[in-house]
Each structure stands twice: as C-alpha cells, then as structure tokens.
Design a protein around this ligand. Sequence first.
Ligand SMILES: [Zn+2]
Length: 190
Amino acid sequence: MTAINLSFDEMWDIFVTCDHTYDGLFFTAVKTTNIYCRPSCKSRKPKKVNVEFYFDRKEVERAGYRACKRCQPELAYSPHIILIKDTITFLVNHSKQTLLLKDIANHVGVSPFYLERVFKQETGETPRTYLEKIRVDKAAQLLKNTNRTNLEICYEVGFQSPSNFYKVFRRRKNCSPSEYRNQISKELVE
Ligand SMILES: [Zn+2]
C-alpha cells in the first residue's frame, strides 16, 4: 500500500486539532507514556518532542507502544476503511494536481457514484471538499513556516485561481490567508 505523504508538522497539526478524518491513516505514539493513539484522541496532548508518528499499526506495536484505552486505535474501523484510506492517501499525494472524481474513483477501483456516496457517509465530506481541506491545510503550513506570498502558495498547494483559494480558505479557517499568517506570527511573538 502507498504511504501517505504528510510531514511531521502536518501530522502534528492534525493531532493537535483532533481531526478525526485522518483516523486509521497514521498513529500518534507518545514516548513518555509508551501509548499510541488515533490522531483524533481527546486525551491531553503531549509535548511535540515526545511524539512520534507511525503509518502502520504493526510497526507502532513492534516499537513497543501499547494501544490507548480511551481512543482504542487497535480496533477496526468501518468496513470501508481500506477504500477511504486509499482515497485519502491518493488525494494527499496528488493534491497539487487537478483531480477529477472519475480519476480518483478509477484509482481506487470503484465507480464515481459509489465513491462519492461512501466517502461522504464515512467522512462527512465529498472527495472534492476533502481535497480542498487538504490544500487549505497545506497552505496554512506554508503561511506559518515560509515567507512565500499568498499567490505563490495558492498555486503551490494546487488551487487553480486566487479567488477560489481565498474563498475556500476563508470557509475553512474563518479568516483570509493574510489574517491567518498575522495571527500566527502574533502568537509566536507573545
Ligand atoms: Zn488515545
């Protein structure tokens, strides 16, 4: 299976915001407690330096971690988990490209109609809105960690037009890209 292409900081942000839509795609392991969790676990968050991420449950257990009693990451997810996992991995790894629903469906081997229905049922998003979310999350990373302009970031993360970038960013983050960057730099100063 293809590994999902997410950086440490991206996974950290997902973990800190308890984003459940990435459950099953990676695991969070805490070195100080030897416990591993789903990204969405609501337990108190450890320090960043004490966290490791794993993509495979066998691997995290081999490294000596035990499953968290609270979020039970060892339990099977829905019967559709493989399909959802394949789809999200494909979306993350190809988020900079123009993707059509039929291409995504083709890649995971089901019909576009079926994919859209099951994906919506499992994640509350369509593949298209999920792709927007991935792009906005990547843009947020770049706004936080680089000096690139909004326009550069817009194209770098895969948006086709600045107006669409601004609209989608605001819908997801409740502020403009510039406001987001200002907020973050203020937080860092304080
Ligand atoms: Zn947990």
